[in-house]
Write a protein that binds this ligand. Structure first.
Ligand SMILES: [Fe+2]
Length: 385
């Protein structure tokens, strides 16, 4: 190992958080030099009224805008290309994403192609984006993906039906503008599944082989916040709980963007690519299965996770405390009423060998506390089936 392999870093965008933060969207774009904004969003966000509100703030700052809204869950490569064409044709100068992980990842993809050209598949992997992207402001409408503070973008290759993971410091947004009010228009199921994505980010970042002193406190605090706020946020949309989940998502995002993820995400990506399933839902289902296998490879850390999940661990051995983690996660999933078997989601058992191969090659497997073989991954999928 050479000296550079020991260097660690911690990158985050400028973060503005609080009830009513959306009112700063025009000002943020203007501050980054905007005259004509490309607003990337989806039809659900338009229906919820957040795009109309954003436009009001653009107009207040005398900004012109163009809207790209042909974005779906698990965003596609051709949507990134369409958005890029629109940005170039209309001569936009700043990109603003308002939405969940899908519009934000699409916006990152557009930003990449605008200045780096070629196909989005050219940038799959680590730090392959060499040219700076246009200024990017992200306004998350879910408390789940953390895409607004991460250097990840996941785009579906529609021809190969695989999810492409792009990891590059060049796509870190300039500003993350977080308004917990925006979570109020989401369904109970969406708050529950995106919240489980947040919990997965926090746990995977905490046990990642790249975790360190600047990522650990955020990861562990995110787990505590999910433990306290996810159920009331999903069941009652209580303002304090939604605010708590927005911070949980933010801290988990800062942790995983810098410490990267693990086997849950590696196993989830093939399912998203082949079956177009909701990312948070798959992570939730795979999390207890993977954690059970991961435990022996990071026992000290799982003992601390147990405590953050509300287990009274003081009189326990490390091993005992760690063993509570999968059970606590299962309890949470049950209380949220989320599915627990891949077969419930229509996944074919015959696809498991192909998915295991894809998961083994996924970037996220590299930082898991233990690198699973294809055969071991098949076993994990079968347990979750
Ligand atoms: Fe995720």
């Amino acid at each position: 190992m050479n000296q550079e392999d020991y260097l660690l870093k911690f990158e985050v965008p400028e973060i503005i958080h609080g009830m009513g933060a959306l009112s700063k969207i025009g000002l943020c774009a203007k501050r980054l030099g905007a005259e004509r904004v490309l607003l990337v969003t989806d039809p659900g966000i338009i229906d919820a009224g957040w795009v109309d509100e954003s436009i009001k703030y653009f107009e207040k700052e005398d900004l012109k805008y163009v809207i790209y809204d042909n974005v779906v869950t698990n965003p596609r490569d051709f949507q990134v290309e369409e958005g890029t064409q629109l940005y170039l044709q209309k001569q936009c100068d700043v990109i603003v994403a308002v939405g969940g992980g899908s519009p934000i990842d699409t916006a990152k993809g557009i930003a990449t192609l605008v200045s780096n050209h070629g196909n989005i598949s050219d940038y799959v992997g680590c730090n392959l984006i060499t040219q700076p992207i246009p200024p990017l402001v992200c306004v998350p409408t879910t408390a789940g993906t953390g895409a607004d503070v991460s250097q990840f973008a996941v785009i579906t290759d529609t021809r190969k039906k695989v999810k492409m993971t792009i990891l590059s410091r060049a796509i870190m947004p300039d500003i993350s503008l977080i308004d917990p009010r925006l979570l109020q228009t989401k369904s109970e199921e969406l708050i529950a599944s995106t919240g489980m994505d947040t919990l997965t980010h926090a746990i995977e970042a905490y046990v990642s082989s790249l975790s360190w002193s600047l990522t650990d406190p955020h990861a562990i605090h995110a787990i505590e916040l999910v433990t306290e706020h996810l159920i009331p946020a999903a069941k009652t949309r209580d303002t304090k709980a939604l605010e708590g989940m927005s911070i949980a998502c933010l801290e988990a995002g800062m942790a995983f963007s810098n410490a990267i993820l693990g086997a849950v995400h590696a196993l989830a990506h093939p399912l998203g690519g082949l079956y177009d399933l909701h990312h948070g839902l798959i992570n939730s289902l795979l999390l207890p299965v993977v954690v059970f296998q991961n435990m022996e490879h990071a026992q000290h850390k799982f003992a601390k996770i147990a405590r953050a999940l509300g287990v009274e661990t003081r009189s326990m051995t490390i091993q005992e405390a760690a063993s509570y983690v999968p059970e606590k996660i299962k309890e949470l999933i049950e209380e949220l009423g989320l599915p627990t078997r891949l077969s419930q989601l229509g996944v074919n058992r015959e696809d498991i060998p192909l998915m295991a191969q894809m998961a083994q090659e996924d970037l996220c497997m590299l930082t898991n506390p233990y690198c699973y073989s294809v055969e071991e991954i098949e076993k994990l999928y079968k347990e979750a089936w």
